[in-house]
Design a protein. Structure first.
Length: 250
């Protein structure tokens, strides 16, 4: 163990646990075999970290969090991520590990199924459920008590409204809500706050209008956009998701 750690006497750590500088582990916490905790990680009371999990620097695990590891499955939690009370995360497999990106916030009671891939800067509201192998892009927001079925993708900078039932893929930069979820438009406020250019947001609105309001086929709309203007990379990303992904939330 490195210096600067603060381990409560009632915490239970396996001898193989690797501890970074200034790690803090509170009363009743359980850390199993082959776990690595980065610098400044705080594991609060009664949290459980299963075999083989890797928690990067600056993460906070609130009371009652459970990370179900066990070789060959694994869980990686990126730097500065906060797991609030009673978050449950299941490890994936060698081919599809469970990954939580950096600077993300998983609020109380969130459930993450095996093999999920969560990007950086993601926010998930209380009680949200992700089934197995769900992919959440960077900076997306999922409202509380939502359900996302297995194998689906939520594009980056997308927003899903609370209490939604998502049964398909959500386009990047879009908003969706409802049970089942339906597209509600673009995440214009989120894109502006994130610093995307006026041109990018106007081009994206034009692309969305062509497909969703004018009813133009995505392939034809894509070709028209390429002919008429110098489209941004984000518009290409949006249109390619429409063209190539199946079961898109419309």
């Amino acid at each position: 163990m490195d210096s600067g750690t603060d381990i409560h006497p009632s915490a239970m750590l396996h001898p193989t646990t690797q501890l970074g500088f200034r790690v803090r582990i509170d009363s009743g916490a359980l850390v199993e075999k082959d776990v690595r905790l980065g610098e400044g990680v705080h594991v609060m009371s009664r949290a459980v970290i299963g075999q083989g999990c890797q928690i990067e620097a600056g993460c906070i695990l609130f009371p009652g969090c459970v990370l179900v590891g066990g070789r060959p499955s694994s869980i990686l939690v990126g730097e500065g991520t906060v797991l609030r009370e009673h978050v449950v995360i299941y490890g994936g497999c060698t081919e599809c590990p469970t990954v939580i990106g950096s600077s993300s916030l998983l609020m109380g009671g969130v459930y993450i199924g095996p093999g999920c891939q969560i990007g950086h800067g993601v926010v998930m509201g209380n009680g949200t459920v992700l089934c197995d192998k769900v992919h959440l892009g960077d900076q997306c927001v999922v409202g509380g008590l939502s359900y996302i079925s297995g194998g689906n993708r939520i594009g980056r900078f997308a927003m899903v409204g609370g209490m939604s039932q998502v049964l398909g893929n959500v386009l990047p930069f879009s908003t969706s809500s409802g049970s089942p979820a339906r597209s509600c438009g673009l995440n214009t406020i989120g894109l502006r706050r994130a610093g995307f250019s006026d041109k990018m947001r106007m081009d994206l609105k034009r692309a969305y209008r062509m497909v969703f309001l004018e009813g133009i086929d995505p392939e034809e709309a894509y070709l028209r956009l390429l002919e008429k203007m110098d489209v941004t990379q984000e518009v290409i990303e949006f249109m390619e998701a429409l063209r190539f992904q199946s079961d898109v939330v419309l």
